[in-house]
Design a protein around this ligand. Structure first.
Ligand code: PMP
Length: 323
């Protein structure tokens, strides 16, 4: 779908995937005016196809657009575009517990000029591809970056824009070089408080049965899985806190046993246990023995995935049927 100032959104079409033609001075190539979303379509128990909370993705897309001085794409148009693509690709939606069709809606500035100002022409596209489980199995090992931060106060941390990810690649490469699966970012001011991972939010489980996750301070991505887990945990009667939690406290609580589980959550990873944390200064600390998911992680994971697949009652109307 194309956008032009004065004309609005127009020219919507579903077409076979192929290369795009861009002018070398297209604004996105110079000033990174680009935002995206990540979502999944699943086969349900009755062999239909459903998408999880696309309205939440549409709302986050709208707020990312606002932060990046891009035009508003109406939520209904976002959802219709995704629905049309999934219907066209329905035979590519795999079955199986961990398989899904990953959907990537994105928007970028494509008018040709070199001035530093918001563009007046944009393209909104949706592409999709079948995917399996994000992490192969067992528990994830994470690396806490003491060198790089992801987002500063007042910056673009809460927006899902390409630039945030460009800035995180070196930290993610550092984590891989340390033999870890994912990077954990600390806050940019004090370098103390845990924010989120390269592509996931993070939750902590304590021995009193409560859970906590860093609050939405404007520097982390408001994950839709994070929001769903908070809602499910509250429904289960758990004590839930959104609060700042420092790296020192995390390591101390893991050693003392006050912290019993930690898990990562996001569209790609669903809910995945974290089994070990590595830091430059502190070496490796195991969490709940470093093995598979603990009981709280497993229960929350089953509630989330069960809702997505139609096994668990969809109390909040989160499951959007495409066909
Ligand atoms: N944080 C970051 C940096 C991410 O890229 C993602 C994935 N979109 C998340 C958190 C989790 O968000 P969601 O649950 O909406 O996928």
């Amino acid at each position: 779908i194309r956008y032009k100032d004065g004309e609005g959104w127009h020219d919507a079409k579903v077409m076979p995937r192929g290369p795009l033609t861009l002018d070398p001075s297209a604004a996105v190539l110079h000033y990174a005016q680009e935002i995206f979303e990540g979502m999944k379509a699943f086969r349900t128990e009755d062999n239909g196809i459903a998408i999880f909370r696309p309205d939440a993705n549409a709302r986050r897309f709208r707020s990312s657009a606002e932060r990046m001085a891009m035009p508003e794409l109406p939520e209904s148009l976002f959802i219709r575009a995704v629905d049309e693509l999934v219907k066209a690709d329905r035979d590519w939606v795999p079955s199986g517990e961990n398989a899904s069709l990953y959907i990537r809606p994105f928007m970028f500035a494509n008018d040709a000029f070199l001035g530093v100002k918001p563009a007046s022409e944009y393209l909104f596209l949706v592409i999709a591809a079948p995917v399996g489980a994000y992490f192969s199995s067992g528990a994830v090992t994470v690396w806490v970056s003491e060198t790089y931060t992801r987002a500063a106060p007042g910056g673009t941390g809460a927006a899902k824009c390409g630039g945030n990810y460009a800035a995180s690649l070196l930290a993610q490469a550092e984590a891989k070089a340390q033999g870890c699966d994912q990077v954990v970012f600390l806050d940019a001011v004090e370098h103390r408080y845990i924010e989120e991972m390269g592509g996931m939010n993070i939750f902590f489980v304590f021995d009193d049965g409560s859970i906590s996750t860093p609050g939405l301070t404007g520097t982390i991505l408001p994950g839709i899985t994070r929001d769903s887990i908070l809602t499910i945990a509250r429904e289960k009667g758990m004590t839930v806190r959104e609060e700042a939690y420092s790296i020192d406290q995390w390591l101390a609580d893991a050693k003392s046993g006050r912290l019993t589980e930690t898990f990562a959550c996001g569209t790609a990873a669903a809910v995945s246990p974290i089994g070990a944390v590595r830091t430059k200064s502190g070496g490796e600390v195991k969490i709940s023995g470093g093995t598979g998911p603990g009981p709280v992680t497993s229960a929350l994971r089953e509630s989330l995935i069960g809702t997505q697949r139609g096994r668990v009652a969809d109390t909040y109307n989160w499951v959007h049927r495409v066909c």
